[in-house]
Design a protein around this ligand. Structure first.
Ligand code: HEM
Length: 415
Protein backbone atom coordinates (compact mmCIF):
# COMPACT_ATOMS: atom_id res chain seq x y z
CA UNK A 1 0.00 0.00 0.00
CA UNK A 2 1.44 3.43 -0.88
CA UNK A 3 2.05 5.91 1.90
CA UNK A 4 4.71 6.66 4.45
CA UNK A 5 4.85 4.31 7.48
CA UNK A 6 4.40 5.61 10.99
CA UNK A 7 6.79 5.01 13.87
CA UNK A 8 4.71 3.67 16.75
CA UNK A 9 6.41 5.51 19.65
CA UNK A 10 4.39 8.40 21.09
CA UNK A 11 7.39 10.77 20.80
CA UNK A 12 10.93 10.17 19.52
CA UNK A 13 12.68 13.35 20.75
CA UNK A 14 14.63 11.48 23.42
CA UNK A 15 15.48 8.66 21.03
CA UNK A 16 16.97 11.22 18.63
CA UNK A 17 19.08 12.74 21.39
CA UNK A 18 20.15 9.28 22.61
CA UNK A 19 20.89 7.67 19.24
CA UNK A 20 22.24 10.78 17.50
CA UNK A 21 23.33 10.54 13.88
CA UNK A 22 21.92 7.06 13.05
CA UNK A 23 18.46 7.85 14.48
CA UNK A 24 16.64 8.21 11.13
CA UNK A 25 18.57 5.37 9.48
CA UNK A 26 17.81 3.03 12.41
CA UNK A 27 14.08 3.59 12.05
CA UNK A 28 14.14 3.46 8.27
CA UNK A 29 15.73 0.01 8.56
CA UNK A 30 13.13 -1.15 11.09
CA UNK A 31 10.24 0.10 8.96
CA UNK A 32 11.69 -0.95 5.58
CA UNK A 33 11.21 2.55 4.17
CA UNK A 34 13.39 5.59 3.56
CA UNK A 35 10.76 7.88 5.09
CA UNK A 36 8.53 7.63 8.16
CA UNK A 37 6.16 9.75 10.19
CA UNK A 38 6.82 10.31 13.88
CA UNK A 39 6.31 12.88 16.63
CA UNK A 40 9.08 15.04 18.05
CA UNK A 41 8.71 17.76 20.61
CA UNK A 42 5.01 16.86 20.45
CA UNK A 43 4.80 17.76 16.76
CA UNK A 44 4.25 15.51 13.78
CA UNK A 45 7.27 15.25 11.53
CA UNK A 46 8.20 13.28 8.43
CA UNK A 47 11.80 12.05 8.57
CA UNK A 48 13.40 11.02 5.30
CA UNK A 49 16.72 9.97 3.85
CA UNK A 50 18.37 9.16 0.55
CA UNK A 51 18.77 10.64 -2.91
CA UNK A 52 15.10 10.60 -3.85
CA UNK A 53 14.10 12.21 -0.55
CA UNK A 54 16.75 14.92 -1.01
CA UNK A 55 15.37 15.64 -4.49
CA UNK A 56 11.89 16.03 -3.02
CA UNK A 57 13.20 18.23 -0.19
CA UNK A 58 15.29 20.48 -2.42
CA UNK A 59 12.61 21.00 -5.07
CA UNK A 60 12.80 24.80 -5.55
CA UNK A 61 10.44 26.83 -3.40
CA UNK A 62 8.93 23.86 -1.59
CA UNK A 63 10.28 24.39 1.93
CA UNK A 64 11.16 27.24 4.25
CA UNK A 65 13.73 26.97 7.04
CA UNK A 66 11.56 29.13 9.32
CA UNK A 67 10.20 27.20 12.28
CA UNK A 68 12.01 24.10 11.05
CA UNK A 69 14.70 23.65 13.71
CA UNK A 70 14.45 24.38 17.45
CA UNK A 71 14.63 28.10 18.15
CA UNK A 72 17.74 27.74 20.33
CA UNK A 73 19.64 25.98 17.54
CA UNK A 74 18.48 28.50 14.94
CA UNK A 75 19.55 31.41 17.17
CA UNK A 76 23.03 29.88 17.52
CA UNK A 77 23.56 29.04 13.88
CA UNK A 78 21.65 31.55 11.76
CA UNK A 79 19.30 33.90 13.61
CA UNK A 80 16.54 36.30 12.59
CA UNK A 81 16.96 38.19 9.34
CA UNK A 82 19.73 35.91 8.06
CA UNK A 83 19.78 34.45 4.56
CA UNK A 84 18.52 31.12 5.93
CA UNK A 85 15.37 32.79 7.24
CA UNK A 86 14.49 34.29 3.85
CA UNK A 87 12.49 32.79 0.99
CA UNK A 88 11.73 33.67 -2.64
CA UNK A 89 13.18 36.83 -4.21
CA UNK A 90 14.50 38.21 -0.89
CA UNK A 91 16.48 34.99 -0.42
CA UNK A 92 17.81 35.04 -3.97
CA UNK A 93 19.13 38.61 -3.65
CA UNK A 94 20.83 37.92 -0.31
CA UNK A 95 22.18 34.57 -1.48
CA UNK A 96 23.78 36.24 -4.50
CA UNK A 97 25.69 38.42 -2.05
CA UNK A 98 27.13 35.30 -0.35
CA UNK A 99 27.91 33.60 -3.64
CA UNK A 100 29.68 36.74 -4.93
CA UNK A 101 32.23 36.19 -2.14
CA UNK A 102 33.00 32.64 -3.27
CA UNK A 103 34.72 33.23 -6.62
CA UNK A 104 37.71 30.91 -7.25
CA UNK A 105 40.25 33.70 -6.61
CA UNK A 106 38.61 34.54 -3.25
CA UNK A 107 38.52 30.86 -2.29
CA UNK A 108 42.25 30.58 -3.05
CA UNK A 109 42.91 33.68 -0.93
CA UNK A 110 41.04 32.04 1.94
CA UNK A 111 43.35 29.03 1.60
CA UNK A 112 46.41 31.30 1.56
CA UNK A 113 45.17 33.05 4.71
CA UNK A 114 44.85 29.67 6.44
CA UNK A 115 48.36 28.66 5.46
CA UNK A 116 49.78 31.95 6.76
CA UNK A 117 47.97 31.67 10.08
CA UNK A 118 48.93 27.98 10.41
CA UNK A 119 52.64 28.62 9.75
CA UNK A 120 52.59 31.54 12.19
CA UNK A 121 51.31 29.26 14.93
CA UNK A 122 53.74 26.35 14.35
CA UNK A 123 56.53 27.77 16.57
CA UNK A 124 54.08 27.90 19.50
CA UNK A 125 52.88 24.35 18.81
CA UNK A 126 56.46 23.11 18.69
CA UNK A 127 56.99 24.42 22.24
CA UNK A 128 53.86 22.70 23.56
CA UNK A 129 54.02 19.34 25.25
CA UNK A 130 50.87 18.21 23.47
CA UNK A 131 48.67 19.94 20.89
CA UNK A 132 44.97 19.07 20.83
CA UNK A 133 44.16 19.68 17.17
CA UNK A 134 40.43 20.19 17.77
CA UNK A 135 41.14 22.92 20.33
CA UNK A 136 43.95 24.67 18.51
CA UNK A 137 42.82 24.71 14.91
CA UNK A 138 39.76 26.88 15.61
CA UNK A 139 42.05 29.76 16.61
CA UNK A 140 44.05 29.38 13.40
CA UNK A 141 40.83 29.40 11.36
CA UNK A 142 39.45 32.40 13.25
CA UNK A 143 42.56 34.48 12.53
CA UNK A 144 42.54 33.37 8.89
CA UNK A 145 38.80 34.07 8.50
CA UNK A 146 39.08 37.61 9.88
CA UNK A 147 42.18 38.32 7.81
CA UNK A 148 40.36 37.13 4.67
CA UNK A 149 37.10 38.92 5.50
CA UNK A 150 38.83 42.26 6.15
CA UNK A 151 37.98 42.27 9.85
CA UNK A 152 40.69 43.65 12.16
CA UNK A 153 41.45 41.38 15.09
CA UNK A 154 43.74 41.85 18.08
CA UNK A 155 45.34 38.79 19.70
CA UNK A 156 43.01 39.09 22.71
CA UNK A 157 39.98 39.33 20.41
CA UNK A 158 41.16 36.29 18.46
CA UNK A 159 41.10 34.19 21.64
CA UNK A 160 37.65 35.48 22.67
CA UNK A 161 36.04 35.19 19.24
CA UNK A 162 37.36 31.65 18.77
CA UNK A 163 35.88 30.64 22.12
CA UNK A 164 32.55 32.23 21.24
CA UNK A 165 32.31 30.73 17.74
CA UNK A 166 33.20 27.29 19.02
CA UNK A 167 30.63 27.53 21.83
CA UNK A 168 27.91 28.45 19.32
CA UNK A 169 28.72 25.45 17.13
CA UNK A 170 29.17 23.09 20.08
CA UNK A 171 25.87 24.22 21.63
CA UNK A 172 23.84 23.93 18.44
CA UNK A 173 22.96 20.26 18.92
CA UNK A 174 22.00 20.54 22.57
CA UNK A 175 19.43 22.01 24.90
CA UNK A 176 20.28 23.29 28.38
CA UNK A 177 23.58 24.71 29.64
CA UNK A 178 25.67 24.14 26.50
CA UNK A 179 23.07 25.91 24.38
CA UNK A 180 22.59 28.75 26.92
CA UNK A 181 26.33 29.33 27.09
CA UNK A 182 26.38 29.54 23.31
CA UNK A 183 23.58 32.13 23.38
CA UNK A 184 25.23 34.33 26.00
CA UNK A 185 28.45 34.31 24.02
CA UNK A 186 26.54 34.89 20.79
CA UNK A 187 25.11 38.15 22.15
CA UNK A 188 28.63 39.38 22.87
CA UNK A 189 29.96 38.40 19.47
CA UNK A 190 27.04 40.13 17.79
CA UNK A 191 27.88 43.39 19.56
CA UNK A 192 31.43 43.12 18.21
CA UNK A 193 30.21 42.35 14.67
CA UNK A 194 27.80 45.31 14.76
CA UNK A 195 30.70 47.59 15.69
CA UNK A 196 32.66 46.37 12.61
CA UNK A 197 29.77 47.13 10.26
CA UNK A 198 29.19 50.57 11.83
CA UNK A 199 32.88 51.41 11.58
CA UNK A 200 32.90 50.65 7.84
CA UNK A 201 29.76 52.69 7.28
CA UNK A 202 30.96 55.76 9.22
CA UNK A 203 34.37 55.61 7.56
CA UNK A 204 36.38 54.99 10.73
CA UNK A 205 37.52 51.58 9.42
CA UNK A 206 39.13 51.42 5.99
CA UNK A 207 38.33 48.04 4.52
CA UNK A 208 39.58 46.22 1.42
CA UNK A 209 37.28 46.49 -1.62
CA UNK A 210 35.50 43.21 -2.26
CA UNK A 211 36.27 41.77 1.17
CA UNK A 212 33.39 40.08 2.97
CA UNK A 213 33.08 42.89 5.52
CA UNK A 214 32.97 45.56 2.80
CA UNK A 215 30.45 43.65 0.69
CA UNK A 216 28.13 42.93 3.62
CA UNK A 217 28.32 46.46 5.05
CA UNK A 218 27.27 48.00 1.71
CA UNK A 219 24.92 45.27 0.45
CA UNK A 220 21.47 46.47 -0.62
CA UNK A 221 18.55 44.09 -0.28
CA UNK A 222 15.72 43.58 -2.79
CA UNK A 223 14.07 46.80 -1.53
CA UNK A 224 17.28 48.76 -2.38
CA UNK A 225 18.02 49.56 1.30
CA UNK A 226 21.24 48.86 3.20
CA UNK A 227 20.82 45.96 5.64
CA UNK A 228 19.89 46.97 9.19
CA UNK A 229 23.14 46.92 11.21
CA UNK A 230 21.93 43.96 13.27
CA UNK A 231 21.22 41.90 10.15
CA UNK A 232 24.55 42.84 8.54
CA UNK A 233 26.27 41.73 11.77
CA UNK A 234 24.38 38.42 11.69
CA UNK A 235 25.52 37.83 8.09
CA UNK A 236 29.13 38.70 8.93
CA UNK A 237 28.97 36.08 11.67
CA UNK A 238 27.40 33.71 9.11
CA UNK A 239 30.70 33.86 7.26
CA UNK A 240 33.16 33.87 10.16
CA UNK A 241 31.56 31.27 12.43
CA UNK A 242 31.20 28.49 9.83
CA UNK A 243 34.79 29.02 8.68
CA UNK A 244 35.84 28.33 12.28
CA UNK A 245 33.52 25.29 12.22
CA UNK A 246 35.70 23.75 9.52
CA UNK A 247 37.92 22.84 12.52
CA UNK A 248 35.74 19.73 12.85
CA UNK A 249 36.44 18.52 9.32
CA UNK A 250 40.14 19.35 9.74
CA UNK A 251 40.28 17.31 12.96
CA UNK A 252 38.58 14.44 11.14
CA UNK A 253 41.03 14.81 8.24
CA UNK A 254 43.94 14.50 10.70
CA UNK A 255 42.28 11.40 12.17
CA UNK A 256 41.79 9.86 8.71
CA UNK A 257 45.43 10.50 7.76
CA UNK A 258 46.49 8.75 10.95
CA UNK A 259 44.15 5.78 10.67
CA UNK A 260 44.66 5.32 6.92
CA UNK A 261 48.35 6.12 6.41
CA UNK A 262 48.23 4.91 2.79
CA UNK A 263 45.91 7.86 2.02
CA UNK A 264 48.45 10.27 3.51
CA UNK A 265 51.08 9.02 1.07
CA UNK A 266 48.74 9.49 -1.90
CA UNK A 267 47.49 12.90 -0.75
CA UNK A 268 51.05 14.17 -0.31
CA UNK A 269 51.73 14.53 -4.02
CA UNK A 270 48.55 14.12 -6.02
CA UNK A 271 46.07 16.99 -6.19
CA UNK A 272 43.27 14.90 -7.69
CA UNK A 273 43.62 12.40 -4.85
CA UNK A 274 43.72 15.21 -2.28
CA UNK A 275 40.37 16.46 -3.62
CA UNK A 276 38.86 12.96 -3.32
CA UNK A 277 40.29 12.54 0.17
CA UNK A 278 38.65 15.83 1.19
CA UNK A 279 35.30 14.79 -0.27
CA UNK A 280 35.53 11.48 1.57
CA UNK A 281 36.19 13.33 4.85
CA UNK A 282 33.01 15.37 4.26
CA UNK A 283 31.02 12.25 3.34
CA UNK A 284 32.28 9.77 5.89
CA UNK A 285 32.47 11.77 9.11
CA UNK A 286 29.41 13.11 10.91
CA UNK A 287 28.81 16.86 11.20
CA UNK A 288 25.33 18.31 10.47
CA UNK A 289 22.98 15.39 11.19
CA UNK A 290 19.77 16.69 9.58
CA UNK A 291 18.25 19.74 8.00
CA UNK A 292 14.68 20.80 8.77
CA UNK A 293 12.07 22.35 6.51
CA UNK A 294 8.45 23.51 6.77
CA UNK A 295 6.28 23.06 3.70
CA UNK A 296 5.61 26.29 1.78
CA UNK A 297 3.95 24.76 -1.29
CA UNK A 298 1.80 21.68 -0.64
CA UNK A 299 2.74 18.55 -2.63
CA UNK A 300 2.30 14.80 -2.66
CA UNK A 301 4.99 12.12 -2.47
CA UNK A 302 4.52 8.39 -2.09
CA UNK A 303 0.81 8.87 -1.59
CA UNK A 304 1.43 11.17 1.38
CA UNK A 305 0.03 14.69 1.27
CA UNK A 306 2.44 17.33 2.57
CA UNK A 307 0.30 20.29 3.65
CA UNK A 308 1.46 23.86 4.24
CA UNK A 309 3.54 24.20 7.46
CA UNK A 310 4.11 20.41 7.72
CA UNK A 311 7.49 19.67 9.26
CA UNK A 312 10.11 17.52 7.54
CA UNK A 313 13.64 16.43 8.56
CA UNK A 314 16.06 15.36 5.84
CA UNK A 315 18.83 13.05 7.05
CA UNK A 316 22.14 14.45 5.74
CA UNK A 317 24.38 11.93 7.48
CA UNK A 318 22.15 8.99 6.48
CA UNK A 319 22.03 10.14 2.85
CA UNK A 320 25.83 10.34 2.73
CA UNK A 321 25.86 6.76 4.02
CA UNK A 322 23.18 5.29 1.80
CA UNK A 323 24.20 1.79 0.75
CA UNK A 324 22.44 1.90 -2.62
CA UNK A 325 24.64 4.81 -3.73
CA UNK A 326 27.89 4.20 -1.88
CA UNK A 327 28.04 0.39 -1.68
CA UNK A 328 30.33 0.21 1.35
CA UNK A 329 29.42 3.54 3.02
CA UNK A 330 31.05 2.71 6.35
CA UNK A 331 34.54 2.37 4.88
CA UNK A 332 36.79 5.40 4.46
CA UNK A 333 37.72 5.10 0.78
CA UNK A 334 38.54 8.31 -1.16
CA UNK A 335 38.79 6.38 -4.46
CA UNK A 336 35.02 6.04 -4.50
CA UNK A 337 34.89 9.61 -5.83
CA UNK A 338 36.51 8.51 -9.11
CA UNK A 339 33.13 7.16 -10.19
CA UNK A 340 30.78 9.40 -8.20
CA UNK A 341 28.08 10.76 -10.52
CA UNK A 342 28.31 14.33 -9.14
CA UNK A 343 24.63 14.37 -8.14
CA UNK A 344 23.50 17.35 -6.05
CA UNK A 345 21.25 15.00 -4.06
CA UNK A 346 23.24 11.95 -2.94
CA UNK A 347 26.25 13.64 -1.31
CA UNK A 348 24.90 16.40 0.90
CA UNK A 349 27.10 17.14 3.93
CA UNK A 350 26.33 20.85 3.44
CA UNK A 351 22.87 20.51 1.94
CA UNK A 352 21.93 19.78 -1.67
CA UNK A 353 20.18 21.10 -4.76
CA UNK A 354 20.89 24.46 -6.35
CA UNK A 355 23.11 27.05 -4.66
CA UNK A 356 21.31 30.13 -5.99
CA UNK A 357 17.67 29.25 -5.70
CA UNK A 358 17.88 26.98 -2.66
CA UNK A 359 19.44 27.01 0.79
CA UNK A 360 22.45 24.85 -0.07
CA UNK A 361 25.53 26.02 1.83
CA UNK A 362 27.43 28.73 -0.08
CA UNK A 363 30.56 27.85 1.92
CA UNK A 364 31.23 24.47 0.27
CA UNK A 365 34.09 25.63 -1.96
CA UNK A 366 35.78 27.38 0.95
CA UNK A 367 35.30 24.32 3.14
CA UNK A 368 36.89 22.06 0.52
CA UNK A 369 39.79 24.47 -0.01
CA UNK A 370 40.43 24.78 3.73
CA UNK A 371 40.45 21.03 4.29
CA UNK A 372 42.77 20.51 1.31
CA UNK A 373 45.18 23.16 2.56
CA UNK A 374 45.05 21.66 6.05
CA UNK A 375 45.85 18.20 4.70
CA UNK A 376 48.80 19.64 2.78
CA UNK A 377 50.07 21.26 5.97
CA UNK A 378 49.61 18.02 7.92
CA UNK A 379 51.39 15.82 5.39
CA UNK A 380 54.00 18.17 3.89
CA UNK A 381 54.24 21.27 6.08
CA UNK A 382 54.98 19.86 9.53
CA UNK A 383 56.28 16.86 11.40
CA UNK A 384 54.50 15.37 14.45
CA UNK A 385 53.82 12.14 16.26
CA UNK A 386 50.45 10.78 17.35
CA UNK A 387 50.56 9.30 20.88
CA UNK A 388 48.15 6.64 22.13
CA UNK A 389 44.79 8.22 22.92
CA UNK A 390 41.04 7.60 22.73
CA UNK A 391 40.11 8.22 19.11
CA UNK A 392 36.57 6.90 19.38
CA UNK A 393 34.00 8.99 17.52
CA UNK A 394 30.68 8.80 19.35
CA UNK A 395 27.71 8.94 17.01
CA UNK A 396 25.38 9.99 19.81
CA UNK A 397 27.07 13.36 20.42
CA UNK A 398 25.94 16.03 17.99
CA UNK A 399 28.19 17.59 16.81
CA UNK A 400 30.87 15.00 17.43
CA UNK A 401 34.59 14.36 16.97
CA UNK A 402 37.34 12.02 18.21
CA UNK A 403 37.08 11.75 22.03
CA UNK A 404 40.65 12.96 22.63
CA UNK A 405 40.29 15.89 20.22
CA UNK A 406 43.24 14.35 18.32
CA UNK A 407 46.45 14.94 20.21
CA UNK A 408 49.78 15.40 18.43
CA UNK A 409 53.26 15.83 19.91
CA UNK A 410 56.79 16.84 18.93
CA UNK A 411 55.49 19.27 16.32
CA UNK A 412 58.08 20.80 14.03
CA UNK A 413 57.74 23.01 10.98
CA UNK A 414 58.98 21.67 7.64
CA UNK A 415 60.16 24.41 5.30
C1 HEM B 1 23.88 26.71 5.11
C2 HEM B 1 26.63 22.98 6.55
C3 HEM B 1 30.59 25.75 6.16
C4 HEM B 1 27.80 29.59 5.23
C5 HEM B 1 24.30 25.46 5.48
C6 HEM B 1 23.45 24.31 5.61
C7 HEM B 1 24.21 23.27 6.02
C8 HEM B 1 25.55 23.75 6.12
C9 HEM B 1 23.75 21.84 6.30
C10 HEM B 1 21.92 24.32 5.43
C11 HEM B 1 21.49 23.90 4.05
C12 HEM B 1 19.99 24.00 3.90
O1 HEM B 1 19.32 24.70 4.67
O2 HEM B 1 19.46 23.33 3.00
C13 HEM B 1 27.93 23.45 6.64
C14 HEM B 1 29.03 22.65 7.10
C15 HEM B 1 30.14 23.43 7.00
C16 HEM B 1 29.73 24.72 6.47
C17 HEM B 1 28.96 21.21 7.60
C18 HEM B 1 31.54 23.04 7.40
C19 HEM B 1 32.12 23.68 8.36
C20 HEM B 1 30.19 27.00 5.76
C21 HEM B 1 31.07 28.07 5.43
C22 HEM B 1 30.27 29.17 5.18
C23 HEM B 1 28.89 28.76 5.34
C24 HEM B 1 32.59 27.96 5.39
C25 HEM B 1 30.67 30.56 4.80
C26 HEM B 1 31.88 30.94 4.47
C27 HEM B 1 26.48 29.14 5.20
C28 HEM B 1 25.32 30.01 4.97
C29 HEM B 1 24.20 29.17 4.91
C30 HEM B 1 24.68 27.82 5.12
C31 HEM B 1 25.35 31.53 4.82
C32 HEM B 1 22.75 29.57 4.66
C33 HEM B 1 22.43 29.45 3.16
C34 HEM B 1 21.00 29.70 2.75
O3 HEM B 1 20.11 29.63 3.61
O4 HEM B 1 20.75 29.94 1.55
N1 HEM B 1 25.60 25.08 5.78
N2 HEM B 1 28.38 24.68 6.27
N3 HEM B 1 28.88 27.44 5.69
N4 HEM B 1 26.05 27.84 5.28
FE1 HEM B 1 27.24 26.26 5.64
Amino acid sequence: MPGIPRDKSPDTTLALLREGYPFITNRCRQLGSDAFVTRMMLRRVVCMRGEEAARVFYHPGRFTRNGAIPRTTFALLQDKGSVASLDGEAHRVRKRMFLSLMKPEAVREMGDALERAWRATLPAWSRMDRVVVRDEIGGVLCRAACDWAGVPLTEAEAVERTREFRAMIGGAGSVGPRAWRGRVLRARTEGWARAQVEAVRDGSLAVRDGSALEVIAWHRDDGGELLPVKVAAVELLNILRPIVAVDRFITFAALALHQHPETAREAAGDDRYLEMFTQEVRRFYPFFPVIGGRVLEPFEWRGHRFAERDWVLLDLYGTNHEKRVWGDPDRFRPERFVIWDGSAFNFIPQGGGDFETGHRCPGEWITIELVKRAVRMLVNGMGYVVPRQDLTVSLSDMPTGPASGFVIQRVEAVA
